[in-house]
Design a protein around this ligand. Structure first.
Ligand SMILES: *Cc1c(COP(=O)(O)O)cnc(C)c1O
Length: 519
């Protein structure tokens, strides 16, 4: 019987000649096209990079949207050059460039070259880190980085961890493990199997008023709701007040509520403040409460030659979040979650015959999916791996130390400026302040002026700064993560702030005069 006869219908036998998409597949037949595509992409990025004179074009959504309206995604443009030219106008011309020294808005970093090389390799090979049979060596690379970070934190021999998509997912994991281990200890209940206990309304999470909003978000996702989160007041430096925490714990117990976790932040998003970890750890130990340390931002202190001691106490945590895509200068995403006792990962373990059967675990096959909320998972670990193998840990730490020092110098220089009012002295690498001109003005006008300043600067594209509120009032924020930003850059941005602030107030005065005149 010939192959022809086996095929039941009249369709021709499939051969390699007519594989759809074959010119575009990553394999050994297409190496020339691969190289050409990479070179063209590299050229595009290089040209753009050479032309970047400010961090942003200033484009408004309504100005950019029409360019997308005419795009028909069903029709390929075809030729590489044309595809990339289109991408330049749709994306690269108006991208927000974090490598630019005057991008000082959010916790975005310029990225390291070894990590970009890793992106190319990991995307091309496309390992998926859920199971050994999809990643083999990749599994060990990730595990080795987890163990290395654990060693730096000092969580002890029973600890383990896993890479995640970011601090938000890490914090969710922390609170899930805290909730489920609390319920198991308290009532013997198994939340994974049976859901929340009947009295779940009594569960509480404590964090400071300056903690990240992913704590609230996690509480909602975990079926507890925002109401389960108790906001503990901060001291003047925006660090959790540990005496207030003790009071809140006592109040919980008096009200028959059950605190399942305290989230301490090592580097708050707005202020870079580090909660008093040792004092908080003592309280948690005393009351048997899970301590999670959110070091999404401050995690790089683990490799800091000068400031590692600022994290003292982190080794007493039950779990820790570290975002390598912030202070370790890694491309998004690169982040990890750690727990002191690896047995707690069982709360997220689920066995499937088609993927990670229990038998594989019993045979000792390292299937990382057993520790993760995700299934298919990027090999983000490779970025940190190539970075550490190329640069070593000290140089990354020195980069972070450098931006901390820059922040201090900027504060020392600017704090005497009568037109600026600082919310607090800096701790890691953020400065929170507002434009406050000489003349006495109502708070509402000051708030509006500072909102205006941020928008006007963004519109100009000359710099990108952030805004936030402190005690209900509008502030501006610099987040410094670029070691190439200089004091002069910051002074120039302050010049822009004053310029736009004065412009706004002048406009207000004119409007007032006009109203007075017409009245
Ligand atoms: C950024 C940040 C997070 C969230 O991390 P993502 O990676 O953005 O999900 C959580 N906590 C703190 C303190 C952060 O600064």
């Amino acid at each position: 019987m010939s192959i022809k006869q086996i095929v039941s219908n009249d369709s021709p036998v499939l051969s390699r000649a007519d594989v759809p998409g074959k010119r575009h597949l990553f394999n050994q037949h297409n190496l020339a096209a691969f190289r050409q595509g990479i070179e063209q992409s590299l050229q595009l990025v290089s040209h753009r990079l050479a032309a970047v004179s400010q961090p942003f074009s200033g484009v408004l959504p309504q100005e950019l949207a029409p360019a997308f309206a005419g795009i028909d995604l069903d029709q390929a443009v075809g030729d590489h050059a044309a595809v990339l030219a289109e991408l330049a106008t749709l994306y690269l011309d108006d991208a927000v460039y974090f490598h630019h020294p005057r991008y000082v808005a959010h916790l975005n970093c310029p990225v390291l070259l070894p990590a970009i090389m890793a992106e190319l390799i990991l995307s091309a090979v496309n390992s998926s880190l859920d199971t050994w049979d999809q990643s083999a060596g990749g599994t060990f690379i990730e595990q080795k980085l987890i163990d290395w970070t654990l060693g730096r934190i000092g969580l002890g021999p029973a600890a383990d961890g896993v890479f995640t998509s970011g601090g938000t997912q890490s914090n969710l994991m922390a609170l899930l493990l805290a909730r489920d281990s609390h319920c198991a200890r308290q009532t013997g209940g198994n939340v994974k199997l049976h859901g929340l206990p009947a009295d779940f309304g009594r569960l509480r999470i404590l964090c400071s008023s300056a903690s990240h909003f992913s704590v609230q978000k996690s509480a909602a996702l975990l079926g507890l709701g925002y109401d389960a989160v108790i906001s503990v007041p901060c001291d003047a430096q925006q660090r959790m007040d540990s005496a207030a925490l003790a009071q809140e714990i006592a109040r919980c117990h008096a009200d028959n509520l059950q605190p399942i976790a305290v989230v301490a932040t090592a580097g708050t998003t707005d202020f870079g403040s580090i909660d008093p970890l040792t004092a908080i750890a003592a309280l948690c130990r005393q009351h048997g409460i899970w301590l999670h340390v959110d070091a999404a931002y401050g995690g790089a202190l683990l490799v800091s030659p000068q400031y590692r001691h600022w994290l003292a106490g982190i080794e007493q945590a039950d779990s820790v979040t570290v975002d390598y895509h912030k202070s370790f200068f890694q491309p998004v995403s690169c982040s990890a979650f750690f727990a002191r006792d690896r047995r707690h990962f069982a709360h997220v373990t689920c066995h499937a015959d088609y993927l990670n059967p229990l038998s594989a675990a019993q045979e000792g096959t390292p299937n990382l999916v057993n520790k993760s909320l995700q299934t298919t998972r990027r090999f983000d670990a490779l970025k940190l791996w190539l970075t550490l193998r190329s640069m070593g840990a000290d140089e990354i730490g020195a980069m972070f130390d450098h931006v901390i020092e820059l922040t201090r110098q900027a504060y020392a220089t600017l704090r005497g400026d009568a037109a600026l009012q600082f919310a607090a002295a800096p701790q890691l690498s953020t400065l929170v302040f507002r434009f406050v001109p000489q003349q006495a003005l109502p708070d509402a006008v000051l708030d509006a002026a500072n909102v205006y300043i941020r928008k006007a600067i963004f519109r100009s594209g000359q710099a990108v700064i952030a805004g936030t509120k402190v005690a209900g009032r509008q502030y501006l924020k610099f987040t410094l993560l670029n070691p190439e930003t200089t004091l002069d850059d910051l002074l120039a941005i302050v010049g822009l702030i004053k310029h736009h602030g004065q412009h706004y107030l002048a406009g207000q005065r004119d409007a007032q005069a006009a109203t007075a005149f017409s009245a």
